[in-house]
Design a protein around this ligand. Structure first.
Ligand SMILES: Nc1ncnc2c1ncn2[C@@H]1O[C@H](COP(=O)(O)OP(=O)(O)OP(=O)(O)O)[C@@H](O)[C@H]1O
Length: 293
């Protein structure tokens, strides 16, 4: 289990990461989201020891993380970091060997992983000869080839086509199914919502939400859509709810408590017919907008 404990990083007077704490449990897939400049990359760099923390610490299995622990972490950095001029298989196999895998096994593993990502026929090509999306697939292979005990991936899905996204998801699930914690950043909120066991939202260097997608949705405001048989403008006269939007026969309102649903229905029926009264379950994208506003 990885734990970030009050991690802080300053650049001069600017606090890029501010007192950030969260966990990535064994076998958990945690999505790390936040706007441009929120501090995700800086946080991940501190996890990997590429950047020193100004305060706080990273813990691995309940002890301060060591350089030896980090050697067993797989990392896909924002700047990527493979050599453009080196052949694909040669360099991923070399990376595995740096982690103690034999030359024979490294090539075997590299070949199998490249095959999985549809790149078997590109093994001998220089990285720079591949399209950007295919280079990204090779970066993924490089991050996992040594079978890491923890995965830290900075925007692993960016630039991937839907097929490669599915291959990547299947690969991540294989890791989590054997207990490996996985932390990845992404701007693709629909993907994060679909995949993740937990979501951590960062805004201006601070954690503003942390939980399973369902918990986050339930922690949002309680909103309902009401569709009446006539003009719904009368909801504006009710002093005990917030009107978010009214147009024609439809109103979107925010209630203070679930019990107010009955009250709203009674008021609506008093004025005519009701076609629909339904709770609006926010998406993770809605929650994100709410907490980062
Ligand atoms: N080496 C550095 N020197 C000075 N400031 C830095 C440095 N690295 C990051 N920052 C600043 O720290 C803040 C957080 O940046 P970071 O790259 O961690 O954000 P991010 O959430 O990964 O953003 P994005 O989604 O755009 O990749 C930004 O204001 C950035 O300018």
């Amino acid at each position: 289990m990885l734990r970030l404990d009050r991690l802080t990083r300053r650049f001069g007077g600017h606090v890029a990461v501010d007192d950030v704490s969260f966990e990535v449990g064994d076998g958990q897939l945690v999505g790390f989201v936040g706007g441009n400049g929120a501090g995700k990359t800086t946080t991940m760099r501190m996890v990997m020891g590429v950047l020193q923390a100004s305060a706080g610490e990273v813990r691995w299995n309940d002890a301060p993380v060591t350089a030896i622990d980090r050697r067993e972490f797989g990392y896909m950095p924002e700047e990527r970091g493979l050599y453009p001029k080196q052949p694909v298989l040669e360099q991923v196999a070399y990376l595995a060997q740096l982690h103690g895998v034999s030359a024979h096994d490294a090539r075997e593993r590299g070949t199998a992983l490249l095959d999985r990502f549809g790149l078997a026929d590109r093994a001998k090509d220089k990285l720079e000869a591949l399209s950007l999306g295919n280079q990204q697939r090779v970066q993924i292979v490089a991050a996992v080839i040594a079978r890491p005990k923890m995965l830290v991936l900075d925007e692993p899905f960016s630039g991937l086509d839907p097929g490669a996204v599915d291959d990547m998801v299947a690969l991540l699930r294989e890791f989590t199914s054997t207990g490996t914690p996985v932390l990845f950043s992404s701007h693709q909120l629909d993907l994060v919502e679909r995949l993740c066991d937990r979501i951590v939202i960062l805004s201006r260097g601070r954690v503003v939400a942390d939980g399973v997608a369902d918990e986050l949705r339930r922690s949002g405001p309680l909103r309902h859509r009401l569709v009446t048989g006539n003009d719904a403008g009368w909801v504006r006269d009710l002093g005990w709810l917030d009107v978010i939007d009214v147009g024609g026969d439809t109103a979107v309102v925010q209630l203070a408590a679930a019990e107010d649903t009955d009250r709203l229905l009674t008021e609506a029926l008093r004025r005519g017919s009701v076609r629909e009264l339904a709770e609006i379950v926010p998406s993770v994208a809605d929650i994100y907008r709410e907490v980062t506003a």
